[in-house]
Design a protein around this ligand. Structure first.
Ligand code: C2E
Ligand code: CA
Length: 687
């Protein structure tokens, strides 16, 4: 704190004085002196009678009178000015406007009254383990910070309280002369108020000390009220679990930040909107107590990456927000977001279980035309939504246009939700062909949406929306049930064909603890042999490997169903993980076969993947075969199961029935001709 010396009190106790103030005689005494001076002059005039001497004495007398009287007048004016300020301050401090002034306003006023450029209020904490609140004003700018209750603060309190004077003049290294008073409410010292740094003017005097002491009770009342408000607002404006600001306090802070002016070229504010990626999984899988611990852990890490005066809020559930003020630019906000994601990378230990969680962060910046706090928060929310779609653990900044794209998505979500209650959703089936047997051995069920307003909507458009909104669970269950019922009919008609049916599974469905039970019910209901049902799970889902995911996959496997990894090779499952996963089939995506006919390198790559599947003793299905050359290459690589437009595009159930009937009559499997026809039939709206 740079204290050099603490002056002794100068109050009624009459202790020694370090900063003598210039003598300022009272109004009466000055008047007497002036009258005396004038009388002296007149007396001299009467007595001396000598002309030269008379004039000299007269001039001297008048000069003395004017000098003494002028000083008195200036002094009186200064005093009146102070009295006026003191009165105004009382009015201000009493809050004539109805609402009490803030401590900052009060300190600014104090600087003005005492002609200082620095003022500070230290509010003592209620309990020894809490922090003191320090509000400072320097050159018209206010800062408030929390500070541990340290020796320097206690020294200050004792220095004013122990001599019982309640105020004193002192000197500080960074401040020069200063004056300090104790803040007392109902006999309790609640803090101190100090003002200093007169910048070249003379130091504080006895009357300054008295003035501060006179103002101190008003300051104390304001401080006490602020303390009470703080306690109340701690309850009303904070989230009980994490102690963070709640939505209402956050909006308020954003509103203030938007009103504040900053230096040219700097950003007023940025808002980060944060949503944890797998919170539901932890909460459902490990219980609410673990979920609470995770939220508290995330709070701690979030606090580590922000500055002490940035506002961190929990908006509800697993949503957090951060307000960053006065930034050099948007990069600074992105930097904070990235540091937070880095902090999250380390696993959490929750009651003996290791949990890894990511977050999607959206950034809204206060120069993209946002006017209200709600707009800014909404923009950050939109950006977060976009980040979530792009993949987890990512940061996305809001930009104009994102809005309309997202609004369209919101609209599409609403329509999709309606579609579910009508009959707009159907299922198509794409044949899976065995090259060696030259016949269809299975079908993959694919969801189709024909909207009365939009026509056929491609899965690549509506599946992500369904994923983001959670509608995918309902869609998935419907596809599963429809496909199994349909498959049961085909199996009954053509038992000799041993057809399999594959259904795509969303990561979200696997999060549902009841999912295995749903599958069991569907199997029971349709009576299809479990092994004939394949559930396809994308590799990226498996990358979010938690003991819970593994348990759920095992539960499905225990039902007897076949599990396939979809889009194999696009995630990052390690060989070891693959070995441990209860899967039977790998589906190799289109990208791996696209160039096998033309590129030796791609051919080698595909051969490698096929080899890998064989090593792990897994069945392989190659998807997206469009040409005869690709099919030939696959035959050469002894890859048997294929799916693609070259053989058949997804077609409706009737189309598959016809195909199976032809196969039953001993006719050939779908060949290039059928494929072309099917492609043509299914062309509108294809992904
Ligand atoms: P997927 O699981 O990889 O399904 C195969 C996709 O590739 C299908 O697209 C299919 O029409 C397309 N395809 C097959 N052969 C060829 C080909 O030779 N050339 C080309 N260009 N494409 C081919 P679709 O039906 O548009 O589905 C796209 C994705 O949507 C699916 O990819 C799947 O991830 C998702 N999806 C579709 N239905 C469902 C569903 O019921 N549930 C879930 N969770 N996802 C679904
Ligand atoms: Ca699939």
């Amino acid at each position: 704190r740079g204290r050099v010396s603490t002056a002794g009190a100068t109050g009624p106790a009459g202790a020694r004085r370090r900063f003598p103030t210039p003598p300022r005689p009272g109004w009466g005494r000055l008047l007497i002196a002036a009258v005396a001076g004038a009388s002296l002059g007149a007396a001299g005039l009467a007595l001396a009678r000598g002309r030269g001497l008379t004039v000299t004495i007269l001039v001297l007398g008048i000069a003395a009178s004017v000098a003494v009287g002028g000083a008195a007048w200036a002094e009186e004016r200064y005093r009146r000015h102070r009295l006026q300020l003191l009165y105004q301050s009382h009015v201000l401090l009493q809050g004539s406007s109805g609402s009490p002034p803030s401590i900052e306003t009060l300190l600014l006023r104090l600087c003005e009254v005492l002609r200082a450029s620095f003022a500070e209020v230290v509010i003592l904490p209620d309990a020894i383990d809490r922090s003191a609140l320090v509000v400072q004003v320097r050159d018209g700018r206010a800062v408030d910070t929390a500070r541990a209750l340290d020796q320097a603060i206690l020294d200050d309190v004792f220095s004013v309280v122990v001599p019982r004077s309640l105020s004193l003049l002192l000197r500080r290294r960074n401040l020069g002369d200063a004056v300090m008073a104790a803040l007392v409410v109902e006999g309790r010292v609640v803090g101190t108020v100090l003002t200093g740094d007169r910048r070249g003017r003379r130091g504080f005097g006895e009357d300054d000390r008295q003035l501060l002491e006179a103002l101190a009770p008003q300051v104390a009342i304001t401080v006490d009220r602020a303390r009470l408000d703080a306690r109340l607002s701690q309850q009303a404006f904070h989230d009980a679990l994490t102690g963070l600001a709640n939505r209402s306090l956050f909006s308020d802070r954003v509103a203030h930040a938007l009103e504040r002016r900053v230096a040219p070229g700097r950003l007023r504010a940025a808002v980060l909107f944060i949503d944890l990626d797998d919170f539901k999984m932890v909460n459902d899988g490990l219980g609410h107590a673990a979920g609470d611990l995770l939220l508290q852990g995330v709070t701690q890490r979030l606090r580590r990456v922000v500055r002490p005066f940035d506002t961190v809020a929990r908006l509800g559930g697993d949503e957090f927000a951060v307000l960053l003020e006065d930034l050099a630019g948007p990069e600074e906000a992105l930097g904070v977001a990235q540091r937070f994601l880095d902090e999250l990378a380390a696993p959490f230990e929750l009651r003996g279980t290791t949990v890894v969680t990511g977050a999607s962060v959206g950034v809204g910046v206060a120069d993209t035309g946002a006017t209200s706090p709600d707009d800014l928060l909404r923009q950050a929310d939109w950006a977060m939504y976009r980040a979530k779609e792009r993949g987890k653990a990512t940061v996305e900044t809001f930009h104009p246009g994102m809005e309309s794209a997202l609004e369209q998505r919101v609209q599409l979500t609403a329509e999709l939700s309606e579609a579910l209650s009508g009959d707009e959703l159907t299922v198509e089936y794409q044949p899976i062909v065995s090259l060696s047997r030259g016949r269809v051995v299975g079908v993959e069920a694919l969801a189709r949406w024909t909207s009365p307003r939009r026509g056929r909507v491609a899965p690549r458009e509506f599946i992500p929306i369904a994923e983001a909104s959670g509608l995918i669970c309902e869609i998935g269950e419907r596809v599963l049930r429809t496909a199994c019922r349909q498959a049961a009919c085909w199996m009954a008609e053509h038992p000799e064909q041993e057809l399999t049916v594959s259904v795509n599974l969303s990561p979200r469905q696997l999060l549902d603890p009841a999912f295995a039970a749903t599958v069991a019910a569907v199997l029971l209901e349709t009576a299809i042999p479990p092994a004939r049902l394949t559930l396809e799970i994308t590799e990226s889902l498996l990358v979010e490997r938690t003991p819970e995911t593994l348990r759920r996959l095992k539960a499905l496997k225990d039902l007897g169903v076949t599990l396939a990894i979809d889009d194999f090779g696009t995630g990052s499952a390690s060989l070891d993980e693959l070995r441990r996963l209860p899967v039977d089939t790998l589906k190799i995506p289109k990208a791996f076969v696209d160039n096998v006919a033309t590129s030796a390198r791609d051919r080698a790559f595909l051969a490698g993947i096929i080899g890998l599947g064989r090593t792990l003793d897994l069945r392989l299905v190659v998807v997206g075969v469009e040409h005869a050359e690709q099919s030939d290459q696959l035959e050469q690589l002894r890859c048997d199961l294929v799916q693609g437009f070259h053989f058949a595009a997804p077609i409706d159930a009737a189309g598959i029935s016809a195909l199976l009937a032809r196969q039953a009559r001993g006719q050939a499997a779908p060949g290039p001709g059928d494929g072309a026809a099917a492609v043509a039939a299914a062309a509108p709206g294809r992904a």
